[in-house]
Design a protein around this ligand. Sequence first.
Ligand code: IMP
Length: 174
Amino acid sequence: MKILISEEKIAAKVRSLAKQIRADYQNETPIFVGILKGSFLFMADLIREYGEDCEIDFMAVSSYGNSKKGSGIVRLIKDLHINVNGRHILIIEDIIDTGLTSTYIKQYLKLRKPKSIEFVTLLDKPDTRKVKIDLKYVGFSIPNKFVIGYGLDYAEKYRQLPYIAVCEDEENLE
Ligand code: IMP
């Protein structure tokens, strides 16, 4: 398994993203909306580094099934519990690839009339983008490789790894 981003590098990046968010949301109580399942570790580390008043909620959408290739079809599986009307939302993503999932989520959340919506993504694969998307907080831009670890899976495995690695059965891409 080839490690792409070490545990230490992730921790340093999470600290710097949290610092930026703290500076941008002074005297506000933003709602961190984690997109399940991939963002759960990033979200947990990010809000601890953030350290200020905030609320959290989760949404789940499906777009990939058990394969590595995006279908482009996005389906809402779990909705929010918190009322986000008039609130600042930060959508917490593990990785943005085609951008289709995030675009769907943003459109959906806009209907709830929040005060603002911004994305925080640990990883960004700009080369495979299919729709334009404004990303305010990006951890690492990575090449077009399928990655696993730190919450990201391949067929539900490897989420527990503390680092980000390149998935080795790349040739098995369907
Ligand atoms: P998008 O709609 O193509 O931007 O896909 C976003 C979702 O696809 C992410 O939230 C992940 O769940 C999944 N995904 C995209 N690329 C990878 C990867 O390299 N490893 C693991 N999951 C990925």
